[in-house]
Design a protein around this ligand. Structure first.
Ligand SMILES: Cc1cc2nc3c(=O)[nH]c(=O)nc-3n(C[C@H](O)[C@H](O)[C@H](O)COP(=O)(O)OP(=O)(O)OC[C@H]3O[C@@H](n4cnc5c(N)ncnc54)[C@H](O)[C@@H]3O)c2cc1C
Length: 301
């Protein structure tokens, strides 16, 4: 099977998939830049996602899986393969103190659902714009909480075994913005989170506080992928970048945010090349000035 016959496969199953050929990466990612994606496919169910992943593996077609595209940058040269997008897989159920969500569900919306059900533990994620799958892969976190604090298990497609496996928290090997998922071979299909009973008003107040802090500190009115770099041990990365005199520095349409130096924003018309050049500039200036090696958090596709 090649990409042409994959389209026929998808056309025959039009109720199971949506797809766009030569999709604009700028419409699939929060950075709002990048080239064309040969085929962007959105499965509507776990079964369809697994069938697609199996077909792609068997046909040796290059592919990657993304969620809401809030931590990735697609090259200006485009992506010559199939980008599988999970954003149509959004089922969520709550059973007692366990919340289960499909991989494409926004984690902010999981936090809201938990609050409405009077369950605490998910508030830290309120305002993180990614999906459950992306959040598990990245072990997303904020304000002292992270996915590893609440996850019980994740059902994943295992490329090696070509079947669904359930990984518990230990097997997910969650570290700082890292997990076994990042090392390849697994796709998160859904995840279960263990929460505790709490007061909905108090949980709402905590979520509102976190959102207000985001609005105050982060340049949310511009496209970005959040913090570009990981926290450097013993340092505040944003402060290092600011102290290196880089706030407001611009290459093309990409700019080191004046509001939060850890963010690179798309001020309008930025290319992925502009962003990458700015990432390199920041990395080398911070190293020259402080001898600290910044590690990139955002993922290049
Ligand atoms: C304004 C802004 C604020 C942000 N604030 C935070 C923050 O406070 N804390 C934080 O941790 N992050 C933050 N982020 C970054 C980002 O939202 C998180 O990393 C989020 O978890 C990524 O989810 P996503 O669905 O967008 O992943 P994507 O960007 O789509 O993908 C990210 C990575 O996860 C992989 N992936 C996605 N889905 C799956 C899946 N189902 N199975 C396997 N792998 C998958 C992709 O292959 C890729 O490697 C912020 C981003 C923005 C734009």
């Amino acid at each position: 099977m090649d990409i042409g016959s994959l389209k026929s496969f998808l056309d025959e199953r039009a109720d199971e998939y949506e797809y766009t050929a030569d999709a604009d990466a700028s419409e699939l990612t929060s950075f709002r830049c990048g080239g064309k994606v040969r085929l962007a496919v959105s499965p509507k169910s776990t079964r369809s996602l697994c069938a697609l992943l199996r077909a792609l593996t068997e046909a040796c077609i290059r592919h990657d899986v993304i969620g809401l595209g809030t931590n990735v940058l697609v090259d200006d040269g485009g992506y010559d393969g199939v980008l599988v997008i999970t954003s149509l897989m959004t089922e969520l159920t709550i059973d007692g103190e366990t919340l289960t969500a499909e991989c494409g569900r926004g984690i902010t919306s999981c936090a809201s659902a938990a609050q409405k059900a009077g369950l605490s533990g998910f508030s830290f994620a309120f305002g993180i714009p990614g999906s459950v799958g992306g959040a598990v892969a990245m072990n997303a976190g904020a304000y002292g909480g992270e996915i590893s604090d609440i996850i019980l298990s994740a059902d994943c497609w295992d490329f090696g075994e070509r079947r669904i496996v359930t990984l518990d928290r230990e097997a997910l090997s969650l570290g700082y913005r890292d997990s076994v998922i990042r090392r390849g071979g697994l796709v998160v299909l859904s995840a279960k989170f263990g929460l505790q009973k709490g007061d909905p008003d108090a949980i709402f107040a905590e979520m509102t506080d976190f959102m207000n802090r985001r609005r105050e500190k982060q340049p949310l009115s511009y496209p970005s992928a959040g913090s570009v770099f990981k926290r450097a041990p013993g340092h505040y990365t944003g402060k290092l970048i600011e102290d290196a005199g880089l706030k407001g520095v611009r290459i093309g349409g990409a700019e080191v945010s004046e509001k939060h130096a850890g963010f690179i924003i798309n001020k309008g018309g930025a290319t992925a090349g502009d962003v990458k050049a700015l990432v390199e500039l920041v990395t080398s200036r911070v190293y020259e000035k402080f001898g600290v090696v910044l590690e990139r958090e955002i993922i290049y596709l």
